[in-house]
Design a binder for this molecule. Sequence first.
Ligand SMILES: Cc1cc2nc3c(=O)[nH]c(=O)nc-3n(C[C@H](O)[C@H](O)[C@H](O)COP(=O)(O)O)c2cc1C
Length: 205
Amino acid sequence: MAGETAAQPRQAPIIIGISGSSGAALARRAVEALGELGMPMHITYTQACRQVWPDEVGRTIADDLSDWKARYNVRVFNPDDFRAPMSSGSFRTAGMLVIPCSMRTVSAIAHGASSNLLERAADVIIKEQRRLVIVPRETPLSAIHLENLLALARMGVRIAPPMPQFYLRPQTADEMIDLMARRALATLGIEEALPDSSRWRANEE
Ligand SMILES: Cc1cc2nc3c(=O)[nH]c(=O)nc-3n(C[C@H](O)[C@H](O)[C@H](O)COP(=O)(O)O)c2cc1C
């Protein structure tokens, strides 16, 4: 009875940042995969992703956010909520995934310009030397994009572009998206997100 909750260390949440680049499906799969693993998440997003969501998903991000809150261990924070726990370095987290990451957000994170909660959370992760994985989405990449990504990589940020795993022979677009989202989670250290065949191949490398 005693110790049921009070004495048990609470699992630190993973921060998910969703920006306004193409790739809403990747964010959805990452959240679903973490939710299915029972992992706690703190999610934030940018204003721009409100525009992308209906175009790519056919519903609003608000609809998805409320579904996730109902189904998974998820807390959602508005882009301008700088009082959210993820704004502070003293709040323990299990790292952060920015998926998908626009080139604007890449630039803001690379230069420490924290004008929304996603950027502030990434700034905190970098200063606390925790794990930050960015899934950038743009093509072709300009010298500006590449220089910003290089600056982040040199700070220890892991850059994980959504590259299809052709070697796993995905048969559908959904399968391809699922594999790319799971690969990003594995880059964050959540190896259990990988399907068995993919884990086996990763061990071979
Ligand atoms: C449908 C749609 C798709 C977009 N795709 C991309 C993209 O793939 N990469 C990118 O960097 N920006 C993309 N943009 C532009 C960004 O939304 C825009 O640069 C915005 O300022 C990003 O803001 P954020 O970084 O705060 O999310 C897209 C915009 C729309 C409406």
